[in-house]
Ligand binder design. Structure first.
Ligand SMILES: Nc1nc2c(ncn2[C@@H]2O[C@H](COP(=O)(O)OP(=O)(O)O)[C@@H](O)[C@H]2O)c(=O)[nH]1
Ligand SMILES: [Mg+2]
Length: 203
C-alpha cells in the first residue's frame, strides 16, 4: 500500500517552460548523484520504482514532478557532482536550478540527500544557500546509515549536525532497512502543510 494513495508521476522537465503549474505546495529533493535520492523517495512514498533507482549516476538532468495528494507535490531535482558530466551539462544543471529556485512560489521546503559516509559536499552548501535566500526549511537525510556501524553513524550525525549550525534539520536514514522513514515522512508532511492524505484515516 502506498503511503500516498493518490501519488502519481506528473512530468519531467528540462526547462522552466515545462515545469508544472506553480500552484499548491511542493517539497524538492536534492542531492549529489548516487547519494540515494531516488531510493529515499521510493521508501518515503512507499512505492517501488516510483523514482527510478539508477546504477549509472549523472545521466538524468531533469526536474521530475510527482503528485503526492491533491495539490501537494514532491519534486526530484537532478543530481549533482558527478565527475564525468560535460561542461555544457553542468551549465544546464546550474541554469535549471537557478530557474527552479528563483521561480517556484509553491516551493515550501527542501530535502537534502547526503551519503552518511561522505558528508556534506560543496553543492549541498549551494542548495542550503538557495533555501536560505527563499526562507524555506531544509531537512537533511544522512542516507545509507546501514553501511556504517551504529557508533560511526552516530558520530557522523553529530558532526553534520554541528556543521549545519541550526540551518537545517538532520537525521540518519536508510532505504535498505527503513531506518528513519517515519521521521522523514513526518517532516515532509509538516513542510507540505500537514494536510497530506497519507491514507492513515482510511479503513
Ligand atoms: N546500502 C544502501 N544502499 C543504498 C541506500 N540508498 C541507495 N542505495 C544504493 O545506492 C545507489 C544509488 O541510489 P539512488 O537511489 O539511485 O541514488 P540517486 O542517484 O541519489 O538517486 C543504488 O545502488 C542504491 O541501491 C541505502 O539506504 N542503503
Ligand atoms: Mg536518482
Amino acid at each position: 500500500m502506498s503511503n500516498y494513495p493518490d501519488a502519481a508521476f506528473l512530468t519531467s522537465a528540462d526547462s522552466l517552460t515545462q515545469f508544472v503549474a506553480d500552484a499548491g505546495t511542493e517539497v524538492a529533493f536534492a542531492g549529489r548523484s548516487n547519494a540515494g535520492k531516488s531510493s529515499a523517495i521510493n521508501v518515503i512514498v512507499n512505492r517501488k520504482q516510483f523514482a527510478r533507482v539508477s546504477k549509472t549516476p549523472g545521466r538524468t538532468q531533469l526536474v521530475n514532478f510527482f503528485r503526492l495528494s491533491g495539490d501537494k507535490r514532491l519534486v526530484d531535482l537532478p543530481g549533482y557532482g558527478y565527475a564525468r558530466v560535460s561542461e555544457s551539462m553542468r551549465r544546464h544543471w546550474k541554469s535549471l536550478m537557478e530557474d527552479y529556485f528563483s521561480q517556484r512560489r509553491s516551493l515550501a521546503g527542501l530535502f537534502l540527500i547526503v551519503d552518511v559516509r561522505r558528508g556534506l559536499v560543496d553543492f549541498d552548501l549551494v542548495m542550503l544557500e538557495y533555501a536560505e535566500q527563499l526562507g524555506i526549511p531544509v531537512h537533511l537525510l544522512l542516507t545509507k546509515a546501514d553501511k556504517l556501524k551504529r557508533g560511526q553513524a552516530a558520530r557522523q550525525f553529530e558532526e553534520t549536525r554541528r556543521a549545519l549550525e541550526g540551518r537545517a534539520g538532520v537525521q540518519l536514514f536508510s532505504s535498505l532497512n527503513r531506518q528513519g522513514v517515519d521521521q522523514a515522512r513526518g517532516r515532509l508532511n509538516e513542510m507540505l502543510g500537514g494536510h497530506v492524505n497519507t491514507g492513515d484515516t482510511l479503513a
